[in-house]
Design a protein around this ligand. Structure first.
Ligand code: FAD
Length: 465
């Protein structure tokens, strides 16, 4: 049994945890990171954001290559080498996790590998491969993240997978069911469809990506109803594992009359916070019944010297939110007076087309009784979109009618997520529609649609195609 004394311990080495630890170390605080994985990076780098984007890149290039046939350039049928695809994905992850290890070393933050649990208000025990390490700390940041929700009525079977299983890419199933029409399920479904699977998607609600506005998802559906068999307002009531496949029974609007056979079922019904798994009660930290830890704007829990960040403090469960919360927690630990109070946190589905929104959605504006106005620019009128054959897109800006300020924005279309930052900046800086309309956007670009939509709001639309 070994013992460590430190000023700060960070429990969890994901985007929240490593960002907090690095910031704290930069501010001169002696910091230890505890994480059960071999490499820092948490879910996002190891089994989330990054490997999924590597695979989505492959899927996108394949789709574009196929599409070029209609513009006079044809390639042969794709030959899939699954081992090489997996190597590519793993290489991307390794490059980034190695980078993190280097940054950690440079800052002299110590990574204690193992599973950590609080044993008191200033002590943590880490169960590692070589035994137990006791850490005595002055301050702690809990950044233990989240894990996929499993459904109790679905049998344990190798052919039932979650997002981590889907990213392993063991094989390409002929027929696959994605259970849940949220971002993670749709991204993974996009990868498998591109590689040859027949993909069905079942969603209990009446639209995919339920948080996005209906008009945005209508554009998305134009492409995706061709790609997937989508069953909305339908739920899975049973899954039976047989030798020849998984037999799924559905109920609801689009439910097939008989159970349907699948080679694989991807369960993507959301993620649950890990707040209940760290014995936070031993340190006196309150955890709610779902596993979330309540924090104030300085990311402080109910215990003065213990902070919490990332997926386990609440929605949206996104890496960039965790990073910013991590910075705030570290700065407060170092005695600075910072707090986490963003006006807008972006969300992006890296499907093709991408779906991206930031600030208020129209649905939220309505619910909050905001006096708003929407101005939308269809990509069918964008010169760049026409030139690159990506006209299935829409840019939507939401303005406060009284102040004229930008309060939200959404884009659906190719690379939408890359362009969303401009709208986020406008919201954070309190820009009004005129500021955006008067900003000269390069022509022809897809993001000039943001300026053009703002010109519509300003009533000054030009004739730029
Ligand atoms: P995590 O990344 O979950 O890290 C927590 C770490 O703590 C993990 O390594 C865990 O093993 C470790 N841990 C937990 N408990 C203990 C313990 N007791 N002892 C030791 N270690 C422990 N977000 C985006 O913003 N963009 C995306 O494109 C995106 N894509 C995603 C794709 C997929 C397939 C998935 C699953 C998620 C995706 N996310 C994405 C979400 C993103 O991964 C999370 O929001 C982010 O990782 C949360 O960061 P975190 O620091 O809170 O925790």
């Amino acid at each position: 049994m070994s013992e460590i004394k430190t000023q700060l311990v960070v429990l969890g080495g994901g985007p929240g945890g490593y960002s907090a630890a690095f910031r704290a170390a930069d501010l001169g605080i002696e910091t230890v990171i505890v994480d059960s994985r071999d490499s820092l990076g948490g879910v996002c780098l190891n089994v989330g954001c990054i490997p999924s984007k590597a695979l989505l890149h492959v899927a996108k290039v394949m789709k574009e290559a196929k599409h070029l046939a209609s513009h006079g350039v044809s390639f042969g049928e794709p030959k899939i080498d699954l081992d090489k695809i997996r190597d590519y994905k793993d290489g991307v992850v390794k490059q980034l996790t190695n980078g993190l290890a280097g940054m950690s070393k440079m800052r002299k933050t110590q990574h204690v590998k193992g599973y950590g649990k609080f044993t008191g208000s200033n002590t943590l025990e880490v169960q590692g491969d070589d035994g137990v390490t006791t850490i005595t700390f002055e301050k702690a940041i809990i950044a233990a993240g989240s894990e996929p929700i499993s459904l109790p009525f679905i049998p344990e079977d190798d052919r039932v997978i979650d997002s981590t299983g889907a990213l392993e890419m063991k094989d390409i199933p002929e027929k696959m069911l994605v259970l849940g029409g949220g971002i993670i399920g749709l991204e993974m479904g996009t990868v498998y469809e591109a590689l040859g699977s027949n993909v069905d998607v079942v969603e209990f609600l009446d639209q995919l990506i339920p948080a996005a506005d209906k008009d945005i998802m209508k554009v998305f559906m134009k492409d995706y109803k061709e790609k997937f068999n989508i069953m909305l307002e339908t739920k899975v009531t049973a899954v039976e594992a047989k030798d020849d496949g998984l037999y799924v029974t559905f109920e609801g609007k689009k439910a097939p009359a008989e159970p349907v056979r699948y080679d694989k079922v991807l369960v993507a019904v959301g993620r649950k916070p890990n707040g209940n798994l760290v014995s936070a009660d031993k340190a006196g930290v309150n955890v709610d019944e779902r596993g979330f830890i309540n924090v104030d704007k300085q990311m402080r829990t109910n215990v003065e010297h213990i902070f919490a960040i990332g997926d386990l403090v609440g929605q949206p469960m996104l890496a960039h939110k965790a990073v910013h919360e991590g910075h705030v927690a570290a700065e407060v630990v170092a005695g600075q007076k910072h707090y986490f109070d963003p006006r807008a946190i972006p969300s992006v589905a890296y499907t093709e087309p991408e779906v991206a929104w930031v600030g208020l959605t129209e649905k939220e504006a309505k619910e909050q009784g905001v006096n708003y106005e929407v101005a939308s620019f269809p990509w069918a009128a964008s010169g760049r979109a026409i030139a690159q054959d990506s006209t299935n897109g829409l840019t939507k800006m939401i303005f406060d009618k009284e102040s004229g300020r930008v309060i939200g924005g959404a884009m659906v279309g190719t690379n939408a997520g890359e362009m969303l930052g401009e709208i986020g900046l406008a919201i954070e800086m309190g820009a009004d529609g005129e500021d955006v309309a008067l900003t000269i956007h390069a022509h022809p670009t897809l993001n000039e649609s943001i300026g053009l939509a703002s010109e519509i709001f300003e009533g000054s639309i030009t004739d730029l195609p």
